[in-house]
Design a protein around this ligand. Structure first.
Ligand SMILES: *Cc1c(COP(=O)(O)O)cnc(C)c1O
Length: 353
């Protein structure tokens, strides 16, 4: 067993920085259900402004943000058009149907960016038989597509179709700051082309908890009720918001280091015999790779070999493995991880490669 630990499972494993802990310690607090927590109010104002929207709402998680948004953008029985590999469709326990009561209409795409023509084709006419489409969701960066970055132009093209058919457009922007940093654009350019969106504080931005929804005042007012309905009304939530404020001020620009490390990781893996990674898809902090001979049946075994070397990774299933770079990962960790993959490949599958 290795004493070194390189945890590449997710950027959610990041710990709050000392500055965050300090900010939490000194946060001015109040009861946020009464709207009286000044630190929460400050974070929400900052977030709204940052995205060029009227208002914002701090929620407990990205999943809750998505659920609240689904509930507030559409009525039960209506259709939501979403990307087939999206987080909402895969990883949120079917809340889109089970709680929001919507019919998810998955549309496949090349690299996570919905093709406007495919969206248009998915829009059902107003016919007695059809569930009414009211909402389109986009995801940015796109997790299951290896953290691909969707450009504002690509989102605008979808928005055009949505508008033409009177549909709303929502963005699951869990890692939207990664997208903005990767493209070198202001996050406002994403705020401008969707009706509302959410981002996570708890991923690459290092906060312990929290996501934020941004949108119009009317939407956020409605969202506040939905959040309460889901049990997400929090009291002295300023202890969460305090870390969020530090995140927005200090943790955004440094995401480029994570992207550099991801590129380094991808390049290192690509050089190994029997390892496949498409460097084209490595556009932010997520690296997906495959190992010859590793599939659905034995990926657990391979991941165990990596774990024995102190390297933790996650799986998308079927032998598609994922590594995520973050604040806790330095360049040396990347080099260590590449060496660990090489050694695990040789040990487990040496005879094949
Ligand atoms: C992580 C993630 C979420 C959900 O966030 P949680 O805080 O884990 O509930 C939603 N969408 C995407 C794309 C994510 O990566």
């Amino acid at each position: 067993m290795s004493s070194r630990k390189v945890d590449l499972r997710s950027d959610t494993v990041t710990l709050p920085t000392d500055e965050m802990l300090e900010a939490i310690r000194h946060a001015e607090l109040g009861d946020d259900v009464y709207g009286e927590d000044p630190t929460v109010n400050k974070l929400e104002e900052m977030a709204a402004k940052r995205f060029g929207k009227e208002a914002a709402l701090l929620v407990t998680s990205g999943t809750q943000a998505n659920l609240v948004s689904l509930m507030c953008n559409a009525q039960r029985g209506e259709t939501v058009i979403l990307e087939a590999e999206s987080h909402i469709y895969w990883y949120e326990l079917g809340g889109v149907s089970a709680i929001a009561g919507l019919l998810p209409w998955p549309v496949t795409s090349q690299r996570g960016a919905l093709n406007p023509r495919d969206v248009e084709n998915a829009v059902k006419p107003l016919d007695l038989h059809f569930s009414r489409p009211t909402l389109v969701c986009v995801e940015n960066t796109h997790n299951r597509h290896s953290g691909t970055v969707i450009t504002p132009e690509e989102v605008k093209a979808v928005k055009k179709v949505a508008e033409k058919h009177g549909l709303r457009l929502y963005m699951d922007g869990a890692r939207i700051f990664n997208a903005a940093v990767a493209l070198g654009v202001d996050v406002k350019s994403f705020g401008d082309c969707v009706d509302n969106l959410m981002f996570c504080l708890s991923k690459g931005l290092c906060c312990p908890v929290g996501s934020v929804l941004v949108g119009s005042s009317a939407f956020i007012q409605k969202a506040r009720r939905a959040r309460k309905l889901l049990g997400g009304g929090m009291r002295q939530a300023g202890i969460i918001a305090a870390a969020g404020i530090v995140a927005l001020e200090k943790m955004v620009d440094r995401l480029k280091e994570d992207h550099e490390n991801a590129k380094l990781l991808a390049a290192g893996l690509a050089k190994l015999n029997g390892v496949k990674v498409d460097p084209e898809t490595v556009q932010s902090n997520i690296v997906c790779f495959r190992v010859d001979g590793v599939g659905a049946r034995n990926e657990e075994e391979f991941m165990k070999e990596l774990k024995a070397r102190g390297v933790l990774v996650s799986s998308f299933g079927g032998g598609k493995l994922r590594m995520v770079t973050h604040y806790g990962i330095a360049k040396e960790d990347v080099e260590y991880a590449v060496a660990a993959v090489e050694s695990a490949v040789q040990k487990t599958f040496g005879k094949n490669v």
